[in-house]
Unconditional design. Structure first.
Length: 222
């Protein structure tokens, strides 16, 4: 079956927001009396908040403080984002245009909340939702990545089978979601995960950033 769509994670893959998300969780944990290692937090970015707290602190902390931590993180992210500009990674807009010129459909599949998508667009100065054919976010699914729900949702929206799409992301959580959805995965090393780690997680190819993926796009499509 031929490839018909490219699906993209947003945070850390197309837009450089991972440091802001890490900072927001560091602040949320501090406010609530926790202090997990910052690097561990950075490597958990890409999970939704419904998964991240238990992943880092365990189920007891999730039951006790999960909602409070998520609320604190959301508030911190909004405050941090309003003090920063977010940059698109090199090649992001050109890659989306090139995919469409090749007859591919494009979509964003993210665990972010709708309010964060609006804020990211505002602070990036570009609303990538307008450049793709479909968007699914946290409000469209029951479970966030690494569960595959967000990919199932976007495939349903596009009317495609898993093998007709490729998912592009920057974390092993993206790779796991793709594997569980049956979607081939391509990695970009725009975050804290290395090429070797992304390949070990199941990436069939890994690129430095969207610009490098654009340069190698014909090989991915082939």
């Amino acid at each position: 079956m031929s490839l018909r769509a490219l699906l993209f994670d947003l945070d850390g893959t197309l837009v450089d927001t991972n440091d802001a998300h890490t900072d927001s969780w560091v602040e949320a944990f501090r406010r609530c009396g926790y202090a997990p290692d910052r690097h561990a937090i950075a490597r958990a970015i890409g999970m939704g908040g419904d998964q991240l707290v238990a992943h880092l602190l365990g189920e007891d902390a999730e039951a006790r403080d999960g909602d409070r931590l998520r609320d604190a993180s959301s508030a911190a992210f909004e405050a941090i984002a309003r003090g920063r500009r977010f940059r698109l990674f090199p090649g992001t807009e050109d890659l989306l245009v090139a995919a469409r010129r090749r007859g591919l459909r494009t979509a964003i599949a993210t665990s972010a909340k709708q309010r964060d998508l609006v804020l990211i667009a505002e602070r990036a100065g570009v609303d990538l939702r307008e450049a793709v054919d479909a968007v699914t976010n946290a409000s469209d699914v029951d479970e966030s990545k690494p569960d595959p729900d967000v990919l199932h949702a976007v495939l349903d929206r596009l009317g495609l089978a898993p093998e007709e799409a490729v998912f592009v992301g920057d974390t092993a959580h993206d790779a796991e979601a793709a594997r569980r959805a049956g979607v081939p995965f391509v990695g970009v090393t725009t975050g804290v995960w290395t090429e070797d780690e992304l390949r070990a997680a199941g990436a069939r190819a890994v690129f430095r950033d969207p610009a490098a993926l654009l340069a190698g796009l014909d090989g991915v499509l082939g």
